[in-house]
Design a protein around this ligand. Structure first.
Ligand SMILES: Cc1ncc(COP(=O)(O)O)c(C=O)c1O
Length: 368
């Protein structure tokens, strides 16, 4: 009834744009959260064909699902539960992030039991205060890493951190994070570590902060065609279009109340169309009364409350009938709302809209 059409040509284009911007640095395409809702395996395969050399994920299940899909590219896992055994991910050749000595020791023990050398990327907290080792813990972390490297159970293949913001290239916060990362890196090198991969840049930094690029960049949202810096365009192309088919229409007189609570009352005779997209499918409930869908090439308002499975569209006098296709979001070329507009209506960011498109919205792929 509803589908998300994923334009893999757009993904390919975006990865090429990001790779060009990265220059000599490699590209780790971030395909967490099912490829920001686009389908991790399909996005990963496309990204790897167009310049990405590695993948980034945030749960052991995501990593193993990509391996089960036959994707054997280098992959970094940076979130896992405190009691993660690491056996499955290490056996699958997945590198893991570590920011605590205990985690390093657990990874090393799992690698030892498996008879493999675990690739580890040490994570530094340069100011985000979310994950990563703070400066005070860094000397112990790098010493433990060096000791475990010598024991032959791990190899520190990477060193990384994450930026709080890279949208304003002149911000003090960005400068402080870049400087802090330099200090973490020097301390690691002084302790004898020789990480091949040094990475800090998200999409915005990949595109506009050369000093953040190092040996590898880690773009997410840009891969999916959302411009990461609101005031600039880097020529990215949105990859997702969400459509639904009208279930039925109803001609109603002025004074008709619509949806739960009758928050909306029709002020002149009109046609209402029942659309099978609700908050379980990714239409934020908060957008009732603000959002539009494209019907017959014209933007028409969603009226009344957004419900779990459906919304009501006031199509006015357009000749909309059951079975017609309406567009929730897309690149905007035909006048349909963009993901940025949805984010504005919902008071959120495009990431939340894209990852909120529900599992029952059927994904179909337009090949590159
Ligand atoms: C650790 C990390 N690296 C990279 C990214 C990609 O960032 P962006 O989507 O801004 O490109 C994310 C996404 O949230 C992340 O959490």
């Amino acid at each position: 009834m509803a589908q998300a059409i994923i334009d893999l040509g757009a993904v390919a284009h975006n990865v090429r744009v990001l790779s060009r911007a990265a220059g000599a640095a490699g590209v780790m395409a971030v395909v967490k959260a099912d490829g920001f809702g686009h389908g991790a395996a399909e996005v990963a395969r496309t990204a790897l064909r167009h310049g990405a050399t590695r993948l980034g994920v945030t749960s052991p299940d995501e990593a193993l699902a990509l391996r089960a899909a036959g994707i054997d590219a280098p992959m970094l896992l940076w979130l896992y539960p405190p009691d993660e055994s690491f056996a499955d991910v290490l056996a699958a050749g997945v590198e893991v992030a570590a920011s605590r000595v205990e985690a390093l020791e657990e990874v090393a023990a799992a690698a030892n039991a498996l008879g493999v050398v675990a690739g580890v990327h040490l994570e530094a907290d340069t100011g985000l205060s979310r994950g990563g080792a703070p400066a005070g813990d860094w000397p112990d972390l790098v010493d433990a890493a060096r000791r475990l490297e010598k024991s032959g159970t791990i190899e520190v293949t990477g060193l990384w951190s994450h930026l709080a913001s890279a949208e304003d290239v002149d911000s003090d916060g960005l400068r402080r994070q870049l400087d802090a990362f330099g200090a973490f890196r020097r301390a690691a090198l002084n302790a004898g570590l020789e990480p091949r991969h040094v990475h800090l840049a998200n999409s915005a930094a990949t595109l506009q902060v050369p000093a953040a690029r190092h040996t590898l960049v880690r773009p997410g949202i840009g891969v999916y065609g959302v411009e990461p810096v609101p005031s600039r365009s880097f020529g990215l192309r949105p990859a997702m279009t969400v459509t639904a088919r009208v279930l039925r229409t109803m001609r109603v007189p002025a004074g008709t109340g619509v949806s739960y609570g009758w928050d909306h009352v029709i002020d002149r005779e009109t046609t209402l169309a029942q659309i099978p997209l609700g908050f379980a499918d990714g239409i934020p409930r908060s957008t009732g009364g603000r959002a539009c869908l494209l019907a017959h090439g014209v933007r028409r308002p969603v009226v009344g409350r957004v419900t779990m499975d459906q919304v009501v569209l006031d199509v006015g006098d357009l000749p909309v009938t059951a079975g017609d296709t309406v567009v929730m979001l897309g690149p905007g070329d035909a006048g349909e709302p963009t993901v940025e507009e949805w984010a504005g209506w919902a008071g959120t960011n495009p990431h939340e809209i894209l990852t909120g498109i529900g599992a029952r919205v059927h994904r179909t792929y337009v090949p590159e």
